[in-house]
Design a protein. Structure first.
Length: 448
């Protein structure tokens, strides 16, 4: 059996009676008299391995997370012992030979249960270990599906993917929530957004998108904010109306949710989750209309505010669900002063922009809108906001030498995953979250 080809756990379903070689990690062990069992995890899933007589003590001595090779024969389980929660639950491997490839240290906590009952700091402090848990790793299969679906949806609409730079000379949105870095004696920043670059590339490819890391120095430790996020950005030109941008965003988010619903059923079941309900079309409400609805429903007067507070976002999402049977809602027409300088002002509603946010289950998932494509107007608006036009020369070139009417949007992938699965904190939807207190390790831990 030395020259045997490795088998994956999931493949064993179709080869009952055959000899196999499995390689993976020990998830849990159980001993019943002269019989011992362990669950082996590989990239395809989990399978039960059963050992009798001489091999039972060796299985009983295994540590959780040991890396092992197991040779044996695939057999059907008795129906009364089948495990409906496993894709391989109707079979097992009768162990013939066991080799420990790499011994694991004693676990710092119990990893053998269906749930990993740890406080968030501990969950993240032991991230390299807790990511192995059968309920944690699937989160990132959902994120993979969301990102892959975003790509596929836009490729089908003839968008071109590009990679935006992370080191930039000036921020796209202004403000102080940026990380300044030293760059060969010059001052530079880490990108809050790929905004300038995707607009430039509209003049090259017409339709573009990017999956990007963006960084914001927000002094926030809420359950919905991260310092580093993976954003899904798109931009396209030759629009006839700003509503085309919303239509495209609606097409993309619906495609994402459909693909998660179709391709991640096991993960949704694991979290007792359902993809958000989406009406056709997704409701579209002006900010002022949303504020009036909130006032009518709650008596809380927020009608003079330039934006929705977190409790307002939750309330208008409740309204959308109750009145429109939709977990998602577009909020449009934010004030000019609340949006970046490049946002197009509504000529029929001065003081308000042709912009929108997509809210889902109480939180913002996406922001977008039409952009100013006239060079002189763009320069004027930039100067009014204190933007250094000399440092933005590359960006402004694209408009000086001809830019069609255009716009775009940006999704936050972690927030989408968080709300699909009903996670309590956005850090759970980030493989290696960064925030004010952590770069891999908590700062207080690193200092000890």
């Amino acid at each position: 059996m030395k020259n045997m080809k490795r088998n994956l756990a999931i493949d064993c379903n179709g080869i009952i009676g055959e000899k196999v070689l499995l390689k993976g990690w020990v998830e849990r062990t159980r001993t019943h008299g002269k019989v011992a069992f362990f669950d082996l995890r590989d990239r395809s899933g989990i399978i039960q391995v059963t050992a009798h007589e001489d091999l039972a003590p060796k299985v009983a001595s295994l540590s959780l997370q040991d890396v092992v090779e197991a040779e044996g024969e695939v057999r059907s389980r008795d129906e009364k012992y089948a495990n409906s929660e496993l894709e391989t639950g109707k079979i097992e491997v009768q162990l013939k030979k066991l080799t420990v490839i790499s011994k694991a240290a004693e676990m710092p906590f119990d990893m053998g249960g269906k749930d990993l009952n740890l406080e968030l700091p501990t969950l993240l402090d032991f991230r390299s270990l807790t990511l192995r848990h059968q309920k944690i790793s699937p989160i990132f299969k959902v994120q993979e599906t969301v990102i892959d679906s975003f790509r596929k949806a836009l490729h089908e609409k003839e968008f071109t993917e590009f990679q935006a730079p992370v080191i930039i000379p000036q921020t796209a949105e202004g403000g102080s929530e940026v990380f300044e870095v030293k760059y060969f004696g010059e001052k530079a920043f880490l990108a809050q957004s790929p905004q300038f670059y995707k607009q430039i590339l509209v003049g090259v490819f017409e339709r573009v998108f990017t999956v990007n890391k963006t960084l914001r120095a927000e002094p926030s430790m809420t359950t919905r904010h991260l310092t580093e996020v993976t954003t899904l950005d798109a931009e396209f030109g030759f629009i006839e109306s700003w509503t085309e941008i919303m239509d495209m965003a609606e097409y993309v988010i619906k495609r994402m949710l459909e693909d998660v619903d179709r391709g991640c059923k096991n993960v949704l079941k694991l979290y007792n989750a359902e993809v958000p309900k989406v009406s056709n079309p997704i409701p579209r409400v002006k900010l002022r209309e949303a504020q009036a609805i909130i006032f009518k429903r709650t008596g809380r007067n927020v009608q003079n505010e330039p934006d929705l507070a977190p409790e307002d976002e939750k309330e208008i999402c409740k309204w959308a669900y109750e009145e429109k049977n939709s977990d998602l809602i577009f909020i449009t027409h934010y004030p000019v002063k609340k949006r970046p300088f490049y946002t197009f002002e509504d000529p029929d509603d001065p003081g308000y922009t042709l912009s929108f946010d997509l809210l889902g289950r109480g939180t913002e998932w996406m922001t977008g809108g039409q952009r100013i494509n006239n060079y002189e107007t763009l320069v004027q608006k930039a100067e009014e906001r204190g933007i250094n036009v000399q440092k933005s020369e590359l960006y402004l070139q694209a408009f000086k030498y001809g830019m069609p009417p255009e716009g775009g949007f940006s999704f936050g992938s972690e927030r989408i995953v968080m709300h699909i699965l009903g996670l309590s904190n956005i850090r759970e939807a980030s493989l290696f979250p960064r925030d004010m207190e952590r770069i891999d390790q908590r700062f207080s831990v690193k200092e000890k």
